[in-house]
Design a protein around this ligand. Structure first.
Ligand SMILES: Cc1cc2nc3c(=O)[nH]c(=O)nc-3n(C[C@H](O)[C@H](O)[C@H](O)COP(=O)(O)OP(=O)(O)OC[C@H]3O[C@@H](n4cnc5c(N)ncnc54)[C@H](O)[C@@H]3O)c2cc1C
Length: 313
C-alpha cells in the first residue's frame, strides 16, 4: 500500500553524507594551491580563492616549485593571502639546491610577512621526480633537518609529508616510519599525506603510525585531478597505486571535461565519506587551483551548510 513519505526538513542538508557531516562540528578541510605562472593563471587562482573562501578552510597552502623554482611566486602568493584574505596560509618550503642561509632567509621573510605555518619538505631534485637526490653540501639535507632549522628561526607551526604507500626512496616501512618520527621529534605537529585512492591504504598506514606511538594528526591528501592520463603519470612517478577500475571509468572521456570533473568529485566525495565514517575529521584537498571540484567535495561534506548555521547562531 502506498503511504505518503514524511516531509523533509527544508533546513537539513541534502544527502546522507552531507547530513552526517553537518552533525560533525569538528570536520575541517584545507586547500592546496600552486603559485601561478602568468597573469591568466593568477586571475584563475584568485577567482578560485574567492569561490572557496565561504567554506572557511582550516588553512590553505601554497606549493614550492622543484628546486626552489617558484620561490618568488610562492612568497608573493602567500603574502597576498595574508593581506587580502581571512585564510591562514601555509607556505611549502623545500631543501633542494639551497644553502641553509638562503632557506633561513626565506623563512624569516615569511615570518616578517605574517606567515606562521610552513609545510617543510625535502623536495624532489630539480632534474625531476625519481632522479637521484643529493643534498646541497651547505644545505638542509632532509625534511627533519629543515623542520629543526625552522623551529630555531621562529615558532612556526610545521606540517610535514607522510606516505601511505611509502616514499619511493624508503627501503621499507621501518625506514619510512622512523623518518616520520624524526620529523615529529624535530617539531612537526601535523602530517599531510601523499594522495591515495583506496581507504584501505590509509587504514593500513594509520595502523602503522599508531603502532609506532605517533599521535600527531595525519591528514589525508586527496588529489582532485580530472585528467586521467596526467593522474596516472603522476601516480606512477610518486609510487601511488591507482585502482584498475579507474582507467575504465575515465575511458573515452578525453574530450568530455564536464563528465571527468563529475567523476572526480564523486570519487573524492566517496573516499571522504568512507574516511569520515571511521573518524577522520580533516581532509586536505589538492585543488590544482580550481574551485569547482574542491567546492563540490566540501559541500557534500556539509561544510557550506554548517557555516550557514554558524553564521545564523
Ligand atoms: C603533502 C605534500 C606536499 C608536497 N609539496 C611539495 C612542494 O611544495 N614542492 C615540492 O618540490 N615537492 C612537494 N612534495 C613532494 C616531496 O617534496 C617529495 O615527495 C620528496 O621526494 C620528498 O620530500 P619529503 O619532505 O617527503 O622528504 P623526507 O621526509 O625528507 O624523506 C624523503 C626520503 O628520504 C629518506 N630519508 C630521510 N632522511 C634520510 C637520511 N638522513 N638519509 C637517507 N635517507 C633519508 C626518507 O626515508 C624518504 O624516503 C610534497 C609532498 C607531499 C606529500
Amino acid at each position: 500500500m502506498n503511504a505518503r513519505l514524511p516531509l523533509r526538513d527544508p533546513n537539513a542538508p541534502v544527502g546522507a553524507i552531507a547530513r552526517a557531516c553537518a552533525e560533525s562540528p569538528d570536520l575541517k578541510v584545507s586547500f592546496e594551491f600552486f603559485p601561478p605562472k602568468n597573469q591568466k593563471m593568477e586571475e584563475k587562482l584568485w577567482d578560485s580563492i574567492e569561490k572557496l573562501a565561504p567554506l572557511s578552510p582550516d588553512f590553505v597552502s601554497v606549493t614550492y616549485g622543484a628546486g626552489g623554482s617558484t620561490r618568488e611566486r610562492t612568497h608573493r602568493t602567500v603574502a597576498r593571502m595574508v593581506k587580502e584574505t581571512d585564510f591562514a596560509p601555509a607556505a611549502h618550503l623545500t631543501c633542494v639546491d639551497a644553502t641553509r642561509e638562503e632557506i633561513d632567509e626565506v623563512a624569516r621573510e615569511y615570518w616578517n610577512a605574517g606567515v606562521r605555518h610552513i609545510v617543510a619538505l625535502r623536495g624532489d631534485p630539480s632534474s625531476g621526480i625519481g632522479e637521484a637526490y643529493t643534498p646541497h653540501p651547505n644545505g638542509y639535507a632532509y625534511a627533519n633537518d629543515l623542520t629543526e632549522g625552522l623551529k630555531k628561526i621562529a615558532d612556526f607551526e610545521v606540517s610535514v609529508s607522510a606516505y601511505p604507500e611509502q616514499h619511493p626512496e624508503s627501503a621499507n616501512w621501518s625506514v619510512e616510519i622512523d623518518n616520520l618520527k624524526r620529523k615529529i621529534d624535530a617539531g612537526a605537529t601535523r602530517a599531510i599525506t601523499q594522495f591515495f585512492f583506496s581507504p584501505d591504504i590509509f587504514w593500513r598506514f594509520q595502523d602503522r603510525v599508531l603502532d609506532a606511538g605517533i599521535d600527531i594528526p595525519i591528514v589525508p591528501g586527496l588529489m582532485l585531478q580530472p585528467n586521467f592520463k596526467g593522474l596516472a603519470r603522476m601516480s606512477k612517478m610518486c609510487g601511488v597505486s591507482v585502482p584498475d577500475w579507474y582507467a575504465g571509468l575515465f575511458e573515452g572521456l578525453e574530450d568530455d571535461a564536464i563528465t571527468r570533473d563529475m567523476l572526480t568529485a564523486t570519487l573524492a566525495a566517496e573516499l571522504t565519506a568512507e574516511l569520515r565514517d571511521r573518524g577522520v575529521n580533516h581532509f586536505h584537498l589538492y585543488t590544482l587551483n580550481r574551485a569547482e571540484i574542491a567546492s563540490a567535495v566540501s559541500r557534500i561534506l556539509g561544510l557550506h551548510q554548517r557555516r550557514n548555521v554558524e553564521a545564523v547562531a
